[in-house]
Each structure stands twice: as C-alpha cells, then as structure tokens.
Design a protein. Structure first.
Length: 322
C-alpha cells in the first residue's frame, strides 16, 4: 500500500501563538500514524492557496493549515471539490471554523483529531465568487474587522473587543435590500451576517443554530435601533442566545443577494475586503472534507462557559507539553 502523504502549511506571522513546536510535533504525530509529511512556510498572501492546490493535484491525502482564519480560508479554498482533506491546527485570533468543528485550539489535541482520520463533509459559500467557510458580512462587523486589521501587531480577543467598542461609538447603520427565493427585505440594518458556521470566532455566536453540513446559510439581520438595543444584541451573541426578536431577524437560504447604496467594506471569515454594491452569496453543499469529530451544537450560555473552561485547561496542557 502506498504511503499517505500530508502537507503542513505554516503561516509564521498569523495569530498570537508561537509556531516553534508546530513542525516537529506534527512530523512526530504524522510519522506515528504511518504517513509522510512535508512542511512549508507561507511567504506572501495567497501562497497557502497555491501550495494547497498543487498538493491536491498531486493526490495528497491531507493538507494541514497551521495559522488563523485567513490561513485556513486560503488553504481550504484550494481543496473544495477535491479528495484531499483539510487538517486544522488553530493558531489565530478567532479560529472560527476550528471551534465550530470542535477542533481544540491547542497543538497536540488538534493533531490527535487529524491522525484519527475522521472527516466531516462541509459546505462552503461564496460571495461574488470569493469563498468563505464561516461567515461573511456587511455593516458593523465589517467595520470592526477593518479596525482590527489596522493593528496587525495587536491581535487577540482583547484587541478585537477594543476595535468593537471604538466602532460601536461612531458606527452609523446603512440601507440594504435583501432578496432571497422570491422574498425581498428592505432594511436599515446595523449588520447583515451570512453564516455557514455558527460563529465569527472566539465563541461569539452570530448564528447559534447554523450547521456547516445542511446546504444552507443562516442569515442574521440586526436591525438599526438604539445603542442600548445594539449593546443587548452583543450580549446575546456572546451568550449564544441570539434569535429572532424585535432587534433581530434570521432566516435560512441557499442563496441571496444584498444590494446597498455603494461599493464598500465587507468581511470574509473575519478578513476585511472591499466588495461591489451588489453581493451575490451562495452555499455549495458538501464540497470540503475536514478532519473533525463533528460540528458544535450550541447550547445557550452553557456552550460559551464550557468553551472558556476548556480553553483554560488546554492552555495549561500546552504549557505542560513545553
């Protein structure tokens, strides 16, 4: 039997975690599982996509992305529609896809998930042809992503929250027309999030009931309103309790268009981008194989608290491994 080949792609500058142990620990785990590993470091934006595409064309069994949501997105987009599976070693600021797929945000437990070999057939989505795997959106969350990205040396949850507070003080809602499956919504909205997975990252649950395997997106529209109302919505997102209310409207669809008054800011898996006035957004079912024990099912309040406790435990475990 031919030896299975894996490729490890490391983004040396993503997130807040050290990458010193990643190559050696991954090589040890992959070798122990009877497979062969090649390792490469990204050198520029888009490099992970190029590397992953070449690996998939060569019939590589798995491509493992070590980095943040941007690195995972770049790697995953090259693997959609192929037989090559995606492994994730989450080392970013948010790690949204990893968290939704119950992949531990810790090196050695994440490697255990990969070497066990169980994969989930995940959907991916596109906005104007650009792939995303967790969320894309316009409005307030796009403004926060812009602010966060403007401080590349200051990553992590604390700095993300700082960006959110700064934008909250000055952000003004915009006018949108949303069309989906014969329905039209005309809305002055605080934000519109199109969600393949349940969260932005860091266990902030913008679509608590979303599934990455159902062939649909969960769309969350937060209405324009008072500062207090928007603040309460933020609390619900953190607690995993967000649902339909006077402030929020949600629906599921396989495709939609969002029309706004002019081109402008948006985000794709947390990365800020500038997109056209009209956004065409589609879900593509079961196109990506990802090593995972199964996707997260969000239980209000319980899941965020449990995730925080596990995060502390994993951090302590990593310290012991060092």
């Amino acid at each position: 039997m031919e030896e299975k080949r894996c490729l490890l792609i490391i983004n040396p500058v993503s997130g807040t975690s050290s990458k010193e142990q990643v190559a050696s620990a991954t090589a040890e785990a992959i070798s122990a599982a009877g497979m062969r590993l090649d390792t490469v470091y990204t050198r520029h934006a888009g490099h992970a996509t190029e590397l992953a595409a070449t690996a998939a064309a060569q019939g590589t069994y798995a491509v493992i992305a070590a980095g943040g949501d941007g690195t995972v997105n770049e790697t995953a987009r090259a693997l959609c529609g192929t037989d090559t599976a995606l492994g994730i070693i989450p080392m970013g600021s948010g790690n949204g896809l990893a968290r939704h797929l119950n992949i531990p945000v810790s090196l050695h437990p994440a490697l255990d998930i990969i070497t066990r070999g169980h994969t989930v057939a995940c959907d991916h989505c596109t906005v104007n042809g650009l792939p995303f795997f967790c969320t894309c959106g316009v409005g307030f969350d796009a403004a926060v992503s812009d602010g966060f990205a403007s401080r590349p040396k200051n990553r992590g949850m604390i700095n993300y929250m700082r960006s959110a507070v700064e934008q909250f003080v000055k952000y003004k809602s915009e006018h949108y027309v949303i069309r989906s499956e014969g329905h039209e919504i005309v809305e002055q909205a605080f934000l519109i999030a199109c969600c393949n997975a349940s969260q932005y990252g860091n266990n902030t649950f913008i679509a608590p009931r979303a599934s990455i395997t159902d062939g649909l997106m969960d769309v969350t529209v937060v209405h324009a309103g008072t500062r207090l109302g928007s603040f309460l919505t933020g609390i619900e997102i953190m607690a995993g309790t967000l649902g339909d209310s006077a402030r929020v409207h949600t629906f599921r669809t396989s495709h939609l268009t969002i029309e706004r008054t002019s081109p402008g800011s948006a985000h794709i898996d947390g990365e800020p981008v500038t997109l056209d006035r009209i956004l065409e957004i589609r879900c593509h079912p079961a196109t990506l194989k990802v090593f995972s024990p199964g996707e997260m099912r969000v239980r209000p309040i319980i899941t965020p608290v449990d995730a925080a406790v596990k995060g502390i435990a994993l951090t302590i475990g990593d310290m012991i491994h060092r």
